[in-house]
Design a protein around this ligand. Structure first.
Ligand SMILES: Nc1ncnc2c1ncn2[C@@H]1O[C@H](COP(=O)(O)OP(=O)(O)OP(=O)(O)O)[C@@H](O)[C@H]1O
Ligand SMILES: [Mg+2]
Length: 374
């Protein structure tokens, strides 16, 4: 029988907080993710109490591992809560531990970074990372100071897409100096781990890794940080969307119905956590034959535009399926940087201008104060 969240929570009843409270009753548990014998959740604690909680984290991991059918259990401590702030309580009626982690006011931004935006998709392989890189370069071409963070800890792409082999240097203590490429400030978990290392996260993991890449990297002063998100809209992605202080999200979709269903899920995920959707990009929108220039609508065409209109979110543009984009992207030579006068670069710059305008116009809540030199 498949392992359930309830079994996991029941096993955690025997694990006590430093104050002696059973873990599911502390209000510190994130959503519990249990699938295919793998269990993941995080415990949100005061930064000052991390040491005391480390033993609890370990016991929680051991308790879950002892359950039949569990292959791996990964429990992360996140020190997001401000010292002195009361822990959020599970909502009435909801099973303990099933609450969403708090977001918004309690979440601090990254000092020096004006706006953080996510590039996301419900479905994998739709060209999210390619779009994130070229969008970041497009924003830089508009005169903004831009960083890009690879939050796809399961399959980081930025080392490849930006042909980065070097490792970031440590700047005393634990702070890291990001890599600079094509004028972008870049950080990826892929810089720190071997490409061959299987992506099984142990100990302080997913969220901790993300928190570290946000807060323990010298990002400097940035107008925009673009975050390349992992694909999907599951609990892990939701937690990520909650843990990063996002000003907005760009959704990438291909035009097929199946991808659009996932894009819709992505849009509603961000809406659920109060992150404004800055717009939808239709990638692989149409095929342009490199030999004859003939256009074919392989995956049909216009689906994402239509869907954006239907859902009342901006449509940002169409990127064709083109050999040059793939070849350049996979060779670490993104088109916006290496063929700035070409047609593809123009498309990405136009998308970037719309994103910038969305941010300037204050999409949804809290408008970032971006000053743009024309
Ligand atoms: N417009 C395009 N034209 C041609 N090839 C493209 C285009 N966009 C992306 N690709 C190619 O499609 C593949 C997948 O793209 P990418 O890695 O950006 O997708 P992704 O959504 O980030 O994938 P994942 O879900 O695995 O993170 C890559 O080989 C990339 O070069
Ligand atoms: Mg990717």
């Amino acid at each position: 029988m498949a392992l359930t969240k309830e079994q996991v929570l029941a096993s955690l009843e025997g694990v006590k907080s430093p104050e002696g409270i059973p873990l599911p009753k502390t209000g510190a548990l994130s959503e519990v993710v249990a699938s295919d014998g793998k269990v993941f959740f995080s415990i949100s604690v005061d930064a000052a109490e991390v040491k005391a909680w480390e033993a609890v984290r370990k016991r929680a991991e051991d308790a879950v591992r002892a359950l039949p059918g569990v292959q791996s259990a990964l429990v992360a401590l996140t020190a997001e809560r401000k010292a002195g702030a009361p822990p959020a309580r599970p909502q009435g009626g909801a099973p303990a531990g099933a609450r969403a982690a708090p977001r918004g006011e309690s979440m601090q931004g990254v000092p020096g970074v004006e706006a953080i935006i996510a590039v996301a998709s419900g479905k994998g392989g739709v060209g999210k990372s390619t779009t994130a890189v070229n969008l970041a370069l497009g924003l830089a071409a508009l005169g903004l100071r831009v960083g890009i963070l690879d939050a796809d800890i399961y399959g980081p792409s930025l080392p490849k897409l930006l042909a980065i082999k070097e490792r970031p240097q440590t700047l005393g203590g634990t702070r890291l100096k990001p890599i600079t490429r094509y004028g972008l400030t870049v950080m990826s978990i892929g810089f720190l781990i071997d490409e061959e290392t299987p992506m099984i996260w142990r100990g302080p993991m997913v969220i901790s890794a993300l928190t570290q890449m946000l807060r323990e990297v010298e990002w400097g002063t940035l107008d925009v940080m673009v975050v390349d998100m992992p694909p999907g809209t599951g609990d892990a992605q939701l937690t990520m969307a909650q843990q990063v202080p996002l000003k907005g999200a760009v959704i990438v979709s291909t035009p097929q119905d199946l991808a659009l269903i996932d894009a819709r899920r992505g849009i509603s995920m961000f809406k659920r956590v109060n992150v404004p959707v800055l717009g939808v990009v239709e990638n692989m929108s149409y095929f342009l034959c490199p030999q004859c220039g003939t256009r074919s609508d392989i995956f049909s065409h216009g689906g994402a535009r239509h869907e954006a209109e239907r859902l009342g979110v901006p449509f940002l543009g169409e990127v064709p399926l083109h050999m040059t984009i793939r070849e350049k992207s996979d060779a670490g030579l993104p088109v916006v940087a290496t063929e700035p006068d070409g047609p593809h670069a123009k498309i990405y710059r136009d998308i970037a201008a719309k994103v910038r305008d969305q941010l300037k116009g204050g999409a949804g809540r809290a408008a970032p104060k971006i000053v743009i030199e024309a």
